[in-house]
Design a binder for this molecule. Sequence first.
Ligand code: NAD
Ligand code: MLT
Length: 542
Amino acid sequence: MSVNMEKGTTSKVLVTDNISEEGIKKLQEFGDVDVERDLSKEDLAACIADYDALVIRSGTTVTKEIIDAGKRLKVIGRAGVGVDNIDVERATEKGIMVVNSPEANTISAAEHAFAMLLSISRKIPAANVSLKSGKWERKKHMGVEVNGKVLGTIGLGRVGSEVAKRAKGFGMRVVAYDPFISQDKAKELGITLLSFNEVLSTSDFITLHTPLTKDTHHMIGKSEFELMKDGVRVINCARGGILDEDALKEAIKAGKVAGAALDVFEQEPPNNDDLLALEEVIVTPHLGASTTEAQRAAAVVIADEVIGALSNKPVKNALNLLYVEEELMDTIKPYLVLAEKLGLLGAQLIPKSRRIEQFNVSYEGELGAVEAGIGKNTRMITVALLKNFLAWFTDGVNYVNAEAIAKKFGVKVTESKTEGVENFVSLISITLRTEGEFETTISGTLFGKDDPRIVKIDGFWMDASPSGHMLICSFIDKPRVIGPVCTILGDRSINITGMRVGREKIEGEAVMVLNVDNPVAGDIIEDIMKVENLIDVKLVKL
Ligand code: NAD
Ligand code: MLT
């Protein structure tokens, strides 16, 4: 049982769809689990405020309203791949992690698509019904071979490529359209990549395997059917809505399409009775992933992911959170701590109420190596910086939503990298620019493996430990500045635990960083400001 130490409560998980028992058991070992399979949208919105995690399949639609009502919701787990039933954008804005189990049902979905392809070629469903109703109709159920035919797959990801492999085993020639797949990957699979229109016009069978997105919605409609060969057969085991059901109906009636196999529908359960009534159409009720193996795997994977997310451990399948390989995590963690400190410091060094316009993070040394290892994972460090920076100005920022919030605030975040740096293994610098042309740059590094230090502020080198209360004073490097400042603090019982000074040149501008035990009241700061040659004082808390 996991207990939230801060609140003394146990994590609560709500499961609203059919999830295999193995997954439920795992979740029960971790926290309190409620399984409520028939909740209406309204009921779900009404009860979600009590839960830390929501686990679903395709039966639950997680809308903005539900996400907004999830006051303590930290993670939404989708046992399966498609997240088109989750408002991921809203979840990201709210800092709620969305995890799925993308590989668990790939083989089942591919086998189902191929079973559907064979079923329309040989009219198996209709022949089955006919014989069971006492008829012996051999001529009516004449089929076609798939051997030697062209299969066009639209989408060549996990499922699409598994379907393609099976098709090749059946002697089919496979062509594909997928703008995000390289020729090399297609070549490896023995598949010819063609343009979308070429796939449509050359295939005997067309199978859809893209996600449903704004781009793919109705990507197969009236004009696409017109481009297809006469007698084409179409399979959709991906998502309803990729194919325009009304256009399919017309194409079948016009004799263009000889058969269609659908596992998924624009609305589920489907309401397109005219389409379902056509004898060229065979259907299954979204069964692509409905095998014992896929359900078990999806439930176990999602339980692990949800438990990982609730225990602040790295999760592999977070759709809105960066993933760092486990072996790099130990190396990256101390940099995340340093980055959080730099972000917090930066937030306190910029003038109040000035809109931040530019947030540049520069990585030098090992972190600046773009090709390999930790250098390839700096985005997470940037997010850590951003998270703590933004948290100074707004509530609820975390690793999930930091980038989205920065975007919403109009903060331009940039990264720059240089491999070489003198004296340090790695150096992280943030340059913050606000409206009114204010700019500040702070650099930090790790001493040893995990000792964070601030080593430069606005060009002044130093070595300050970023912790607790700190006074950052800029002054003209002349006698009788450091002494009087320390005296003022001592007179008011403020204990100084560390002091670092960095200067440009003798009698030039200098910066002093003082670590102090207690917060420094406003009137003490006013007294310090009166010290001759003092330019500015900032009190920060890290
Ligand atoms: P995937 O992300 O591995 O593959 C999707 C592929 O589609 C990617 O290669 C991507 O590049 C490609 N793509 C994206 N937009 C495209 C476009 N406009 N044109 C062409 N290609 C495009 O996903 P997957 O795991 O293979 O799943 C594929 C689909 O199958 C998804 O919609 C998923 O939800 C669905 N699915 C359904 C079931 C079921 O029960 N019926 C089971 C599993 C998966
Ligand atoms: C999926 O997206 O994984 C499938 O549609 C399977 C499902 O949810 O049952």
